[in-house]
Design a protein around this ligand. Structure first.
Ligand code: SF4
Length: 511
């Protein structure tokens, strides 16, 4: 390929190097034979790591990864600073701007008019087709027209719907076995080789977008992982550890054998947050032997009632048992993720959570360990059964956070909570439509974050309540009109939502 391809990560290279998507796109593009320039934002400045400068007109295409919605501001600022017109329809020359990542796979609409194309789903199986078109002699309008014919590519200007695309077989799919880490840059998660063990999740927690937009659950075979580690070009000596990627690690049928292999091969590794109900003494021992210091769990709540309603189905007694076993074998650091802001969540639910955390805190403290709590306001996300659920409201969230902070007290060694103002904005961006693209474009031209959103949205007379309220379950959210997803049909999600309302046994006040 004789054209230059830009891979833009809207944060620092340190963060990009800890992103599997960044390595994946870099290596796929290089494997295609393209001249790749990696571009990041360092201390607010655009930095090209493969050339001295960044001139947009040099690029045939820019791939920009958007892991979460608040990054829309960074996207817009990037376009503003590079002089690339904000809207696809205002562009008449290269580069073609292609977005991808979880945020836009869930709901591309707020930025769809800004992008020339959006990859809906996973890029592996369609990347070569996209690059063929980029590399062709077609003019820009024909290129976009051709791209809109690829399953998994949404071209807003063409006005078509598309189907979410996913890699059928991870063993057969491309994997970045060369993950280059520059000498002088320390990635945020350390000098690690990233191993994607599985993708998607077979569980059905009602609030979880990742579990849904990466369906179906697929895994890499033990054979293919061991082969990858033993034959990676450049070997494993330059990495200090492995980071195992998975939404639900122990749902991999060979998870135990994989950990045993890593231990016997003297790899240091860390497993991600694990479901409490998949842990047992043997697995905890394997995790410890791998050299992992912190056990990360996400029970979300200590209330049995709420956990059942959310279909998370992890209970306080299970968490307590796992923590006790972990302490017995010498694991001492724990991180727990909790959520608040659900319809029908009661004072008793919060008290149950406080009861669980206080009990865990006392057990862990007695053994000299540490318990960190991360509390997140619930954000209703597209393609989940709770996509109709409203935002809990600032007062309620602030109250719940304050209550938990006070009641956990000194039992926990650290407590952090996402500021509800960010959760509110994320809700707007998650549930918005193309009408937000103009506001996002203006937002990127301003300094500040929350305050600048506020002033731009006020100036544009945006009625934010439409994105924050509970939606009528009869209404089908707009993203279903543009994205076909056979695993997450609106009718199925709706049934699950109605069942949730039923269990919670009250109608939302503003519905
Ligand atoms: S919260 Fe975890 S277990 Fe539940 S669906 Fe999401 S990834 Fe799966």
């Amino acid at each position: 390929m004789n054209r230059t391809v830009g891979l833009v990560y809207l944060s620092e290279l340190r963060a990009a190097l800890s992103s599997l998507a960044f390595h994946m796109l870099s290596e796929m593009t290089k494997a295609y034979g393209a001249n790749l320039h990696r571009v990041t934002i360092e201390k607010g400045e655009i930095k090209n790591w493969d050339s001295r400068s960044f001139y947009p007109s040099k690029y045939a295409v820019l791939f920009i990864s958007i892991p979460y919605e608040l990054m829309y501001k960074d996207l817009s600022s990037f376009l503003h600073r590079t002089g690339i017109p904000y809207f696809s329809k205002a562009r008449d020359k290269e580069p073609i701007v292609i977005l991808g990542g979880p945020a836009v796979t869930g709901n591309p609409l707020p930025v769809a008019p800004i992008a020339d194309a959006v990859i809906i789903g996973e890029a592996e199986d369609i990347m070569d087709q996209i690059l063929d078109i980029v590399n062709s002699d077609y003019k820009r309008p024909e290129k976009l027209g051709k791209m809109s014919e690829i399953k998994g590519v949404l071209v807003w200007e063409e006005g078509y719907k598309t189907e979410r695309v996913f890699a059928k077989d991870l063993d057969e799919s491309f994997y970045p076995t060369r993950q280059t880490l520059p000498e002088n840059i320390e990635p945020i998660w350390g000098r690690a080789f990233l191993v994607e063990v599985s993708r998607g999740c077979s569980r059905g927690c009602l609030f979880c977008m990742e579990g849904r937009i990466f369906k179906p659950f697929r895994y890499r075979s033990l054979e293919s992982i061991t082969k990858m580690l033993s034959s990676a070009p450049g070997g494993m000596d330059s990495y200090e550890k492995l980071i195992l990627y998975s939404l639900s690690f122990f749902d991999h049928p060979q998870a135990d054998s994989l950990l045993e292999y890593l231990i016997s091969s003297k790899f240091k590794a860390s497993v991600p947050s694990v479901r409490v109900d998949t842990l047992n003494d043997n697995r905890l021992e394997l995790i410890r032997k791998l050299g992992q210091k912190t056990l990360t769990l996400a029970p979300e709540t200590g209330s049995t009632r709420l956990s059942k309603a959310l279909r998370k189905e992890i209970y306080a007694s299970q968490v307590e048992q796992v923590v006790e076993s972990a302490l017995t074998i010498g694991l001492q650091q724990f991180k727990l993720y909790l959520m608040t802001g659900f319809y029908g969540e009661t004072k008793e639910d919060i008290e149950d959570t406080v009861g669980m955390i206080n009990k865990l805190g006392a057990m862990i403290k007695a053994k000299g360990g540490k318990l960190k709590i991360s509390l997140n306001p619930f954000i209703p996300k597209p393609f989940t059964p709770l996509q109709w659920h409203g935002f809990a409201g600032m007062n309620k969230l602030r109250r719940n956070i304050q209550l938990m902070r006070a009641m956990f007290g000194k039992k926990v060694s650290s407590f952090s909570a996402l500021d509800p103002r960010y959760a509110r904005l994320q809700t707007i961006l998650s549930r918005g439509g193309p009408e937000l693209s103009k506001i996002i474009a203006l937002w990127g031209q301003t300094e500040g974050f929350l305050s600048s959103w506020r002033s731009v949205s006020l100036r544009q007379e945006l009625r934010e309540s439409q994105y924050l309220s509970f939606w009528d379950p009869e209404y089908t959210p707009l993203w279903h009109k543009y994205i076909i997803d056979h695993f997450n049909k609106p009718s199925v999600l709706r049934e699950l939502y109605l069942a949730f309302l039923d269990v919670q046994n009250r109608l939302p006040e503003n519905s």
